[in-house]
Design a protein. Structure first.
Lengths: 358, 311, 321
């Protein structure tokens, strides 16, 4: 696969305030065993036209966070904290107003394009339904003009406008979904693993399209993926998520070349590429989010774990070059904290193996 | 089996209540059926007391709890005796159809090939046919040689349910046959018969209680329907609720309610009870059907932030 | 499929012990006359010949003549089929009018008291014997609306005045422009159609509910929500429409249940349809009539399942050819 060099284009207007800002956002699911802390105290901000990558293992809360931003939660889930869109706190709005923002201000592109279109409705009906929902007075001519424009941008010929979803291939359906999201020109779009279900060639094409969005529409994008290659190619900044928390966030290049958090480091090491000589993996499994480990949630699997990590939660700190991370070990190395000898002593090995078996 | 009972007892929530209620009501009917001669004041075919005819269409009262019908029968006695008939027919037809359908499905699924294809075709055709019509045809055929008794009625119903056992058992067998443990047994040189008996039967038999009880509920409805059409058990052979309902038709047109109400309620109660048992068993055996219960999320107040917070 | 059913019907009724002719008219004729009847019906020929002849006749819609009253079975079907047809069609109207909205409500407001109530209604309407429901409705109507018809397809006057043309009484009344007769016949339809409709509505409620719940979990439903489509429209246009696709198939499969129910409903309301005829000929032990009518029912079952496939293709663009 030819690497796509996308890093040259830089966001044009960085000065305006953030389009989306989350502060200590929590999204929990209620179950019999107690709440599942799928997203637990996440804070980040997204500038206009910026692409933020979100990486992490399966089940770390990436998708929940993406859906939580739009308020697309299943029954029994709840949000808490602060979530500002254009300065307004969305969680303080009535459900009706939140609903109205979806599509118009906040868009979403899903992982499996094959099942995301209503099989009984023509593509044209999808577009007219979407446009009419957000503009009751829109004319038929205007609907057609805007829909065809969106389709053209995605490289879908206007002749297919009245076709049914099943007449399209997977890659085309994903482009349809993107067109359907962008026809409303939302300022912020969540793309939840948009290429996972597609083959490699189509993947590159979709990433290119997403990357061009900010040029064409000035859209901010939260790109959720477990593919670090995609982040490196397409994202300005990257956030690394572990067990419901963002453990490190910063400029993509900086994070990839100088990871601050041991989890980020291990994640990068376990990536398979042509240069890989041996396979690396992180010992153990992601923790149970009903009863997450005390202290740092990564400590049972962390090679750098110290005594303090098992008892006290690390603090989210600025580590320079625009990177923030939450890790006692890094803090110590950078001289940001001073710890006594017991706190700084390596965590005894048994505890790791116990956690391993759990 | 013991493990199965244990599993039943440990069912939680809705499924457990459904099971308990269903089993309880069914047990009441069983008690009535067994104790019928002592519980019912009259015999099911008794229209005279000491040579004097019982009153015709008497209102429900202290002496005739549910009244009498146009044939001088005491309705309460007919209802009680009817539960005996109903349970006997249900039991017989479920056992008959199981005895035929189970081995047929096992063999068909295990042997495969042409035998399997022909049987599937035949059973599917029977399954798609209206069950009542099938029962009518069979009761029509069996009336000659067997008369209008309990055995004839049970056999008429049997034909309806054979395809259902067959289908379930065959499909389970086909998928179990491909399962790794059966393959392993075959690799170890187990004979086909041993495999069928030891490995498949135990697996397949799990789903049988569910179909059995659900079919029992359906069989009761069909039995009553046959009786209602006058094609089921004859009134002098045994008391049957459906037949009593057909006698109540004309009275209902005249506004007389008691001959129709009580046998009908008995049918509904027993059908509902059996359905509940079946559904309860189904949820017990397939816990995947159960829905995860949702608890409202209460966010605890935030833990005090560590002192060095630099947010 | 059709062939398998016909073969089953034929062999069931022919292989069975007993002699059809003596069973039907045994007491009335002497031995010679019985033999003559047997020969006339071709019952003395080899089984395989009879079988092939039966199949050949069915292709030409010839279902034979009844033994007991020497009436062509096709005439019975023509004369009485109309009553059964209007009964079942009316029942489907009631079933859909009751079942679709209730099923949708139960699916949307899942696990609420409303859902529980609707589900109990569905279970009871399915568990209660249809003829008992009919009797209870009759009792209710007799008490509350004393003049309302609870019996037969039309009053004596109507049946006497309407000229038979299409053999569907309702159509005939409409064609003759007799307003009173049409109204009378419609009134007679209400109770039987409601009774049979209630039975079918139980199935529809259960099915629509499950399918709406399934469809609400559908990926395209979430995607529609993500585009800000209002919840009511999401349910109507995305969840409900997709939920209906399997419902059509299963309603079609309910043709078996419908026919069973129709036979019982006809007996309950003294309805002059095919079910009543069938029961009478079964009681008269008339093999040819039973065989002919059952054959006809089998054909209907097969035809309806083919129609359902076609209807399915019309609704679901994915099945279009």
């Amino acid at each position: 696969m030819t690497p796509i060099d996308l890093q040259e284009e830089q966001p044009t207007d960085v000065d305006r305030g953030p389009v989306l800002e989350a502060r200590d956002l929590r999204v929990w699911y209620g179950t019999d065993r107690g709440p599942v802390r799928a997203v637990d105290g996440v804070s980040f901000a997204l500038r206009r036209g910026e692409i933020l990558g979100l990486v992490g293992e399966s089940g770390c809360g990436k998708s929940t966070l993406g859906r939580g931003l739009l308020g697309l939660l299943p029954d029994g889930a709840a949000r808490d904290g602060e979530l500002r869109f254009d300065g307004r706190d969305m969680l303080a709005l009535k459900p009706r107003e939140q609903h109205a923002m979806r599509g118009r201000d906040l868009g979403m592109i899903f992982q499996e394009p094959l099942t995301r279109l209503n099989p009984l409705m023509r593509i044209s009906e999808h577009f007219s339904e979407t446009l009419k929902t957000h503009d009751k007075t829109i004319s038929r001519a205007e609907i057609e003009r805007r829909s065809l424009e969106a389709l053209r941008t995605m490289g879908i010929p206007p002749t297919r406008f009245r076709a049914y979803p099943h007449e399209f291939s997977g890659g085309m359906r994903q482009r349809l979904m993107i067109a359907l999201t962008l026809v409303l020109r939302p300022a912020f779009v969540v793309a939840d693993e948009p290429t996972t279900a597609l083959d490699v060639l189509v993947e590159a094409q979709i990433i290119r399209i997403l990357h061009d969005l900010r040029r064409d529409y000035d859209t901010s994008l939260l790109l959720i993926t477990h593919n670090l290659g995609i982040i490196a190619e397409a994202c300005d900044r990257v956030a690394v998520m572990y067990a419901g928390e963002i453990v490190e966030i910063g400029e993509a290049r900086e994070v990839f070349t100088r990871p601050r958090h041991p989890y980020t480091r291990e994640l990068l090491r376990s990536t398979i590429s042509l240069r890989t000589t041996g396979l690396n993996y992180i010992d153990g499994a992601p923790p149970d989010l009903v009863e997450p480990p005390a202290g740092c949630r990564f400590h049972p699997r962390c090679p750098d774990a110290m005594n303090i990590c098992a008892s006290r939660h690390p603090v989210d700190r600025d580590h320079g070059a625009g990177t923030r991370a939450a890790c006692w070990a890094t803090d110590l190395v950078q001289g940001l904290v001073t710890l006594d000898d017991h706190e700084a002593a390596p965590l005894p090995r048994e505890e790791i193996s116990v956690a391993d078996e759990a | 089996m013991r493990q199965f009972l244990h599993q039943m007892w440990n069912t939680k929530g809705m499924a457990r209540w459904i099971l308990i209620v269903g089993v309880a009501i069914t047990l009441v009917f069983v008690v009535f059926a067994v104790l019928a001669p002592w519980v019912a004041p009259y015999d099911f075919n008794q229209t005279k007391l000491d040579g004097v005819k019982l009153p015709k269409l008497a209102h429900p009262s202290g002496s005739y709890w549910m009244g009498t019908n146009d044939q001088f029968y005491d309705i309460y006695s007919r209802v009680v005796w009817g539960s005996r008939t109903a349970l006997e027919v249900i039991l017989l037809s479920v056992v008959f159809s199981g005895v035929v359908g189970l081995p047929l499905g096992l063999v068909s699924g295990f042997v495969g090939g042409w035998t399997d294809r022909i049987l599937v075709f035949l059973m599917d055709a029977m399954y798609s046919f209206p069950s009542l019509l099938l029962a009518i045809v069979f009761s029509f055929l069996l009336r000659g040689p067997l008369g209008g008794g309990i055995v004839a009625a049970s056999l008429s119903l049997t034909a309806i349910y054979i395809p259902q056992y067959y289908r379930v058992v065959r499909n389970t067998t086909v998928s179990a046959r491909e399962a790794t443990y059966v393959e392993a047994a075959r690799a170890l040189g187990a004979k086909p018969f041993t495999i069928m008996r030891k490995y498949l039967f135990g697996n397949v038999v799990q789903s049988v209680p569910v179909i059995g009880t659900l079919n029992a509920a359906d069989a009761l409805g069909t039995l009553a329907a046959l009786g209602f059409l006058g094609l089921g058990i004859q009134p002098n052979e045994a008391s049957e609720w459906g037949y009593d309902l057909s006698r109540a038709l004309d009275d209902a047109q005249a506004g007389t309610w008691w001959p129709a109400l009580f046998p009908g309620l008995a049918i509904i109660l027993l059908i509902t009870a059996l359905t509940l048992v079946g559904e309860g068993l189904n949820e017990t055996i397939n816990p995947a059907l159960r829905r995860r219960r949702l608890r409202p999320v209460v966010f605890p107040p935030r833990a005090a932030q560590p002192e060095e917070t630099t947010r | 499929m059709m062939w398998v059913l016909l073969t089953i019907v034929f062999f069931l009724l022919r292989v069975a012990p007993g002699d059809p002719v003596s069973a039907a008219v045994g007491g009335k004729l002497n031995e010679q006359a019985l033999d003559a009847r047997r020969a006339a019906l071709g019952l003395d020929r080899p089984m395989i010949v009879q079988y092939l002849e039966y199949l050949g006749n069915v292709v030409h819609l010839d279902f034979g003549k009844t033994i007991s009253d020497n009436r062509p079975v096709l005439d019975i079907i023509k004369d009485q089929g109309g009553a059964t047809l209007t009964l079942t069609l009316g029942a489907f109207v009631f079933a859909l009018v009751i079942g679709l909205p209730l099923g949708r409500l139960a699916g949307r407001y899942r696990d609420t008291p409303l859902d529980a109530g609707i589900r109990i209604f569905g279970v009871v309407s399915y568990a209660a014997p249809i003829f008992w429901v009919g009797i209870m409705l009759v009792l209710l109507v007799v008490k509350v609306f004393p003049g309302w018809p609870t019996n037969d397809i039309g009053s004596v006057v109507t049946k006497f005045t309407v000229q038979p043309k299409t053999h569907v009484l309702l159509l005939d009344a409409m064609l003759s422009g007799n307003q009173d007769a049409v109204l009378d016949i419609l009134k007679h339809h209400v109770l039987p159609c409601l009774t049979l409709g209630l039975l079918l509505s139980g199935v529809i409620i259960r099915l629509v509910r499950v399918n709406v719940i399934q469809a609400m979990k559908g990926d395209y439903v979430e995607a529609a929500r993500a585009r800000g489509i209002p919840e009511g429209r999401v349910i109507r246009k995305h969840a409900f429409r997709n939920a209906l696709v399997p419902v059509i198939t299963v309603i079609g499969l309910q043709i078996a249940l419908t026919l069973s129910g129709a036979v019982l409903t006809e007996r309950t309301f003294n309805w002059p349809g095919l079910g009543t005829e069938l029961v009478q000929y079964v009681t008269a032990r008339d093999y040819i009539a039973v065989q002919g009518l059952v054959t006809f029912f089998a054909i209907i079952v097969v035809i309806v399942s083919v129609l359902v496939d076609i209807l399915n293709a019309l609704v679901d663009p994915r099945v279009r050819y």
